[in-house]
Design a protein around this ligand. Structure first.
Ligand code: NAP
Length: 472
């Protein structure tokens, strides 16, 4: 726990296990409501100091954080892989994206502009200024244990907010490493605070506090809805980055090799445990068999194992509970008539003895009555679904309460515009399995969330807009 720039030992501790080996990686202290309140008090006391600095000074602090992240980037990637099992390649990508967030918002700190209104009267002038909202509570998930925090902390700190972060207790070690960096950089007391422990009491303390002006959450839709309800009593600002169920549509005019490569990236990165991972693959009739064959060949050649081994493309799942949930969807689909093209079970035997590994899996002949077409799949399973017309593909793709990422492959320019505009999703990748960039807004519609992170859009949620009218 890190509160008011002090590391504090706690009575209760939790061992963090490497899901690829079952070995203990480290242990962390656990806190509850009382310590969370102390963290909020520290952040409240720090707010006038931090928000009172010049944008230039805050930017300089953020750039120092960038330098330290650069120095430690390989170490951070190793910590991520050990605490949650993704491949070292995916972990390095995550650290790179974390660095880009701190760098971008170090620059953005200097661009928090307001407006001057046209003259509203001979002796009256109007101005609009942007001000930091105050203390921010941030709650993050285990699947991107470092970068999901960066999307919140970097813009919040850039504009002058102070923060209490609660990372997931499944994978809190990279956050501890980050706070070591904050400590080395010497941020003013109380600007950043870290609490790890049981989510119930920590979140309740955050949500009940009138001093916490904003909650920024990334995680499941179920928990997000709960936090939205809890935010009502103190009318907090909310940012919600929630679950997804991304469709991936392959039209008959697509470059099939490109589309196959795209599914591998979009479905199997982080073992399928990403909010933006492909969850349903729709393939047009004429190319269904050919696409399925090519995909099967590519998936069967994937190397799976301990994420620290450079030769492995895919690592483990987070734990055995995740394996059970993925396997339940596969069993349900097979019971309702899906056909197994490859995978379909947990991996066992040499190299997999104590780890939570699931084989990369493809199911064909998937239909809408199967759980996998509606429930978020957090694992390496690609369900293939046949379609005939463009309208049918769009209708099926939109048939979900989620609206985060979506993808489609075509060479037809008109279709690129038509389908992009009709997909009810916050993000669309056209022939692009990773339509995410530091410059671009990231976020969902429908039950996938509220607000946007990243780029110039990412600061808005941490700013209040004030109107000032002056008469003279
Ligand atoms: P989760 O179970 O909702 O947990 C997310 C965070 O909320 C963790 O820190 C967790 O703490 C905490 N939490 C759990 N129950 C809570 C409660 N009742 N009140 C307050 N906080 C609570 O999600 P997850 O399993 O970690 O992450 C996977 C989910 O996140 C997926 O649905 C995925 O799609 C979504 N996600 C979305 C995005 C996005 O940008 N849209 C990005 C990544 C992930 P503990 O772990 O300590 O219990």
């Amino acid at each position: 726990m890190y509160i008011n720039n002090k590391w504090i030992d706690t009575k209760d501790t939790l061992e963090i296990l490497n899901p690829a080996t079952g070995e203990v990686v480290d242990s962390v202290g656990l806190v509850g409501a009382e310590e969370t309140q102390q963290a909020i008090d520290a952040a409240k006391a720090a707010f006038p100091v931090w928000s009172g600095l010049t944008a230039e000074d805050r930017s300089t602090y953020l750039l120092k954080i960038v330098d330290k992240l650069e120095e430690k980037k390989e170490h951070l990637a190793q910590v991520i892989t050990k605490e949650m099992g993704k491949s070292i390649h995916n972990a390095r990508y995550e650290v790179g994206s974390t660095i880009s967030f701190y760098k971008w918002y170090a620059e953005e700190a200097r661009r928090i502009y307001g407006d001057v209104m046209p003259i509203v009267g001979a002796n009256k002038r109007g101005h609009v200024i942007k001000q930091p909202v105050g203390v921010v509570a941030a709650i993050t998930p285990w699947n991107f244990p470092l970068s999901m925090g960066a999307r919140k902390l970097a813009p919040a700190l850039a504009v002058g907010c102070t923060v209490v972060l609660k990372p997931s207790s499944e994978a809190p070690l990279s956050s501890l490493e980050l706070f070591k960096i904050f400590d080395e950089v010497g941020l003013p007391e109380g600007v950043v605070n870290l609490v790890i422990g049981s989510s119930g009491p920590i979140a309740k303390t955050m949500m009940d506090s009138k001093d916490v002006k904003k909650i920024s959450f990334t995680g499941s839709t179920e928990v997000g809805k709960k936090l939205i309800r809890q935010s009502a009593d103190t009318v907090k600002r909310v940012s919600m980055e929630l679950g997804g169920h991304a469709p991936y549509i392959v039209f008959e005019d697509a470059d099939l090799d490109l589309a196959v490569k795209g599914v591998i990236g979009s479905k199997f990165a982080s073992s399928g445990q990403q909010c933006v991972c492909t969850n349903r693959v729709y393939i047009q009739d004429a190319i269904y068999e050919e696409f399925a064959e090519k995909l099967q060949a590519a998936v069967e050649s994937m190397k799976v194992g301990n994420g620290l081994d450079e030769s492995n493309q895919m690592g483990s799942l987070i734990n055995d509970k995740a394996i059970a949930s993925v396997h339940d969807q596969v069993t349900d689909a097979l019971g309702k008539g899906a056909k197994l093209l490859c995978g379909g079970d947990r991996l066992s035997g040499e190299g997999y003895e104590n780890g939570s590994f699931y084989a990369p899996t493809i199911l064909s002949n998937v239909t809408e009555d199967m759980k996998i077409t509606h429930e978020e799949t957090f694992g390496p399973v690609a369900p293939l679904i046949r379609f005939t017309t463009e309208e049918e593909a769009i209708e099926k793709a939109n048939n979900t309460e989620y609206g985060l990422a979506s993808y489609f492959y075509t060479k037809d320019l008109g279709r690129m515009y038509r389908v992009s505009e009709k997909l009810e999703y916050g993000m669309v990748g056209v022939n692009d399995p990773a339509p995410f960039a530091i410059q671009a807004p990231f976020g969902g519609v429908k039950e996938s969330g509220l607000g946007r992170e990243s780029g110039k859009y990412g600061v808005e949620d941490y700013l209040d807009t004030k109107s000032i009218s002056v008469m003279f």
